[in-house]
Design a protein around this ligand. Sequence first.
Ligand code: AMP
Ligand code: MG
Length: 412
Amino acid sequence: MISVEEALKGILEAISPLGLEKVNILDALGRVIGEDIYAGRSVPPKDNSAMDGYALRAEDTRGASPGKPIFLDVVEDIPAGAVPMKRIEPGQAARIMTGAPIPEGADSVIRMEDTRKDEARVSLLVEVKKGKDIRHEGEDVRQGEKVISQGEIIRPAEVGMLASLGRSFILVHQRPLVAIVATGDELVDIDETPSQWKIVSSNSYSLAALVKQCGGIPLQIGIAKDRREDLLAKFRAAMRADLILSSGGVSVGDYDLVKEIMKEVGNRMQFWQVAMKPGRPLAFGSLGDVPTVGLPGNPVSAMVSFEQFIRPAILKMLGHENLFRRVVRASLDEDIKKKKGVRHFIRARIRWDGEGYAVVTTGEQGSGILKSMVRANGLIILPEEATEVRKGSMVSVQLLDNSLERMPAPGF
Ligand code: AMP
Ligand code: MG
């Protein structure tokens, strides 16, 4: 039996980040950038006004007050996007809108509300300091400056920055195509009516959803019967993917059949017993040169194994550096007994109880009980050496979603 860490290490060592592709910046949202971005231009490109008001020379405002206004000649009107045509001389001002370029000669802006319009003149009611209400050229980004580094995740702010620099396409790591092969004579697809002896291959869908959720592209290969030709055909079809997942057929007896067949498509598979519950049986290796993981067939085992081993692998392929779900400490609301020597992942509901996190299991923990997974927002991780964990003790909980971050709307 190997540990969870050894299994994870073995899988991650066989996985490398995928190559780069050029995508539109909106399609890059959530992806990992594969190039450094240097500003090809300054933002803003020219000094411009931060306010609606008048562009002028600060020294012309000296001594101005509501009781003793100073009058300047208004020589021009500069709306946003316009080019100033006149130089501002002593005693002159230009009416200017937010974002419009500062005319030559002017060194400050006085806000509209600090002035009164008086025919072709403006009266100034306050003094302004030199540079007031001017956004300076390059104050956001200087031309040549590095603004985004390789390896960073593209968020809406990065999309906005790239747009302001005129970059509509960037290089990001490719999304892995992840083939999913379900195995088992007892399985039917979703729209078939299962007879008494058959069950729907829910793994085909939960695994595809997990792949999608972490940014991969699921490739549904369908259900392979527990027969030589069918297994061969399905595994061959899967080999165009970047990663192959199968479910079922890795229990001790079954594995021999799968292993036998996989040899014919050029497999190097090892069979592991991982010291965890659920998810003990796991096969890992490659078909041709495509990394391949044989996940257990039980619906919860398949999902829990995916969370521990496949999610980090897909994130690594996508170029991410942070591969793991958040783990928080929470106070356990009940007593739990477990088997020594095996790490337990227990479906649970974690919540903020006003002072800290509290966690309670979501019921029946059989590896075929998907309902307790549906109700869970986390997995309590109990270490190998533990045998009994008491109510009130602190335990680690791996978060499965962001429900802990959801806050009530302000005012509720
Ligand atoms: P196996 O490891 O092939 O013996 O599968 C163990 C159990 O998992 C089976 O008895 C099925 O009940 C269940 N199972 C296997 N494959 C799937 C699947 N694709 N979807 C849902 N349940 C499955
Ligand atoms: Mg089976």
